[in-house]
Design a protein around this ligand. Sequence first.
Ligand code: CA2
Length: 146
Amino acid sequence: MAKKKKILVLNGPNLNLLGKRQPEIYGRLTLEQIGKKMHALAKELGVEVEIWQSNSEGELVGWIQDAPKQFGAIVINPAAYTHSSVAIRDAITAAGIPTIEIHISNIYRREEFRKHSYIAAAAVGQITGFGVQSYLLGLRAAVEQI
Ligand code: CA2
């Protein structure tokens, strides 16, 4: 499939615990189950998705740097790095491909420290608070950008 039609979905730290802890905030679906929904939607939309998760900031930065070789857009839930990582923001800016920031919870309805995103200014836009739907809306938004 053409590079432009491939979308990279990145997940930051602790998102490997989805569906296993704190379901009241992050829902009951595992990352694998969310992945299945994304693959189904991707098929409908005529694109391919790859879904990766890392607990390491450096690994995420590496994947973002390499993304333009293979992918036309990125959908990223940077998790806690949203609120701390200038490195991820700079990598997104340097990659230069459309990037959509997503969050399961509404980061503006939670603790003060979650209200600031270092990523937002480097992203095309942000989708926050729609639960698992944030991933699917993020994919739709990415497809509109490629
Ligand atoms: O709402 C989101 O998607 C967040 O990106 C999730 C991050 C949080 O730090 C952001 O402020 C908002 C936390 C991800 C941790 O995921 C867990 C999942 C299940 C159990 C424990 C943590």
